[in-house]
Design a protein around this ligand. Sequence first.
Ligand SMILES: NC(=O)c1ccc[n+]([C@@H]2O[C@H](COP(=O)([O-])OP(=O)(O)OC[C@H]3O[C@@H](n4cnc5c(N)ncnc54)[C@H](OP(=O)(O)O)[C@@H]3O)[C@@H](O)[C@H]2O)c1
Length: 264
Amino acid sequence: MDLQIKGKKAIMAGGSAGMGRATAERLAEAGVELFITARREERLLVAATEISEKYTTSVTPIVADSSTEAGRRALFEACPDPDILAITIKPPPPNGSFLDVAPDMWRESIDTALIGPIEIMRNYIPVMIEKGWGRIVNIATFSAKNPMIWRLMSGPARSALINYTASVSREIAQHGVNINNLLPGMFSTEGAAELLPIYAAAFDLPEDEETCMNHFLTNNRIPAGFVAEADDLAPMAALLCSPLSRFIVGQNIVIDGGQHASLF
Ligand SMILES: NC(=O)c1ccc[n+]([C@@H]2O[C@H](COP(=O)([O-])OP(=O)(O)OC[C@H]3O[C@@H](n4cnc5c(N)ncnc54)[C@H](OP(=O)(O)O)[C@@H]3O)[C@@H](O)[C@H]2O)c1
């Protein structure tokens, strides 16, 4: 399928690993001029080189933390006028007891998972409206819709994010600018691997990925029967970044192998 985005400028904020990297690859494959950000420089530079060589396209790496004003400024200066904007961030790690979640932890979660994406969108939406076309996709989390007591640092801020985009997307769709969100369930990514020690400690398991994933699958029914790979989300992200999604506005698409049953 031709995504019809060849030559467009696309940002993947959070594009050096996991679902962000997989999405960056799908966009590069479709022929965009790509800008990818991350906080950690070494992995970012490797990703940019690998993607650019694999798809023979321009990939500009920008070391930038989306949760800080300075990081966002670096992104805005490097790419002032994108057609496509995809955003993901890594929220603070899982909390212990809800009783231990103090105000500074909420602030970190909100700076990272809510204010960061909102401020990036708020900067670029006028640019896209001026062009008369734009696509924005947030890769957030299924815990925005399906609260989990151990993901208070991830879910509530993203519930607010999808509330925000539900309103804003309907305000700007008349200008050809669409916002949609993807809400992933359990994916085997670099980010998930970094959480293994916390998961293993919580259930008194050895820290290897296979043991933890098997434990997760045994204790959480995923009708699809497996934990996903990053590229189980990326094609949908790329589709939402294309003109083919022109009638999809303000939606929250759960990609979780059917783990959570819900009519809405
Ligand atoms: N994996 C899962 O099972 C799962 C489940 C539910 C929800 N999710 C959500 O899905 C999203 C993607 O998860 P993932 O597992 O693909 O993550 P990942 O493997 O950790 O990749 C995240 C990417 O974003 C970058 N990043 C993180 N925080 C950033 C920030 N503040 N500013 C700029 N770049 C940032 C990371 O690089 P740096 O670290 O170098 O910045 C990396 O390139 C996350 O929001 C996560 O909460 C994941």
